[in-house]
Design a protein around this ligand. Structure first.
Ligand code: ATP
Ligand code: MG
Length: 261
C-alpha cells in the first residue's frame, strides 16, 4: 500500500529576497498531525521559509514546488492558503492601527469557516469563544477591543498570534520563534497550547532556538537549515547536539565528514 501524501511537501524550493538567493534547495515533509522543528543560525532563512509558505510578496519563488493538502500551494493567493488551512505566525507580529482585534479575528475566522462549509459566527457567539480562548492564553479581554497589536507588549503580541491560531483551527501551523519574548508562564502556555491543538488534529512546523521548548514539544523530527538547504535531519538528539555544540561546530564536523568521504 502506498504511504499517504504528507500534508506539506516541499521539493527543491528556491527563494530570492530582493537580489539575494536565500533558500537554495529546500526539501521537507510534514505529515498530518505531526510536529517538526526547524533550527538554523540567525539569518539562515527560517523566517524566509515560513513567509514564503504564507505567500508574502517580498519572497520570490524561483524554483521548486510546494504541495499542501494535495494542492499546489504556490498557485494559491495568501488568503486562499489560509482558507486551505495554513497558518503562519510572525516572528515579529506587526500592528494594524485602526483595525479592531475582535473584528479582525472574527472576519478571518468567518472566511475560514466559509471555506470549510460552516456557518458564520455572529458577534455575540464569536465574543464568547474569543474570550474563553483569550483567557486560556492569559490575554486580558481588553486586548480584543484594541487595534490589532497596537501598543501590545512583545509577549502580548505572541499570545495574540496563538489566539488567532486557536480560533482558526488550521491543518498546519507554522510558529516562528513563538517563545521569544514570552515569560516562563508564557512558554508553559505555549507547550500546553500546542498539545491541545495537536489533539484537535493540527500539525506544527516550529522554528525555535531553545532546547527547553523543543524538548517539551516532543517533535517527530528536527531539521537544520544551513546555507539555504536542509543540511541535517534527525530526532531530538539533533536539537541536543546543536544546543551543546552550536551551529558552527556542527558545520565543522559536517565538513570533516565530507572530506573523509
Ligand atoms: N529585503 C531583503 N533584502 C536582502 N536580504 C534580505 C531581505 N530580507 C531578508 N534578507 C536576508 O535573508 C536572510 C534570511 O533571513 P531570515 O529572516 O529568513 O533568517 P532567520 O533564519 O529567520 O534568522 P533569525 O534566527 O535571526 O530569525 C538574512 O541574511 C536576511 O538579512
Ligand atoms: Mg527568523
Amino acid at each position: 500500500m502506498n504511504a499517504p501524501e504528507p500534508l506539506l511537501s516541499v521539493r527543491d524550493l528556491r527563494v530570492d529576497v530582493g537580489e539575494r538567493n536565500v533558500l537554495k534547495s529546500i526539501s521537507l515533509d510534514v505529515a498530518a498531525g505531526s510536529l517538526v522543528v526547524l533550527m538554523g543560525a540567525n539569518g539562515s532563512g527560517k523566517s524566509t521559509l515560513g513567509l514564503t509558505l504564507a505567500g508574502h510578496p517580498r519572497y520570490t519563488v524561483v524554483g521548486g514546488s510546494v504541495r499542501f493538502g494535495g494542492r499546489d500551494l504556490l498557485a494559491l493567493k495568501p488568503h486562499e492558503r489560509a482558507r486551505a488551512g495554513l497558518f503562519v505566525s510572525f516572528q515579529a507580529p506587526p500592528d494594524v492601527p485602526g483595525v479592531k482585534n475582535n473584528l479582525f479575528l472574527r472576519t478571518a475566522l468567518n472566511a475560514v469557516r466559509e471555506a470549510r462549509g460552516e456557518p458564520p459566527l455572529d458577534a455575540y457567539d464569536f465574543l464568547g469563544i474569543a474570550r474563553s480562548e483569550a483567557a486560556r492564553l492569559g490575554l486580558p479581554d481588553a486586548l480584543l477591543n484594541r487595534a490589532v497589536n497596537d501598543g501590545f507588549s512583545g509577549g502580548e503580541r505572541k499570545r495574540n498570534e496563538l489566539l488567532q491560531l486557536a480560533l482558526l483551527q488550521p491543518r498546519l501551523a507554522v510558529l516562528d520563534e513563538i517563545d521569544s519574548g514570552l515569560d516562563v508562564d508564557g512558554v508553559r502556555t505555549v507547550v500546553e497550547f500546542v498539545q491541545r491543538q495537536r489533539e484537535r488534529g493540527t500539525a506544527f512546523f516550529v522554528v525555535s532556538h531553545y532546547l527547553q521548548l523543543i524538548e517539551s514539544l516532543a517533535p517527530d523530527a528536527v531539521l537544520r537549515l544551513h546555507e539555504g538547504c536542509i543540511a541535517e535531519s534527525g530526532g531530538i538528539e539533533l536539537a541536543r547536539s546543536i544546543a551543546r555544540h552550536g551551529f558552527a561546530a556542527s558545520d565543522t564536523s559536517r565538513a570533516r565528514v565530507a572530506l573523509a568521504a
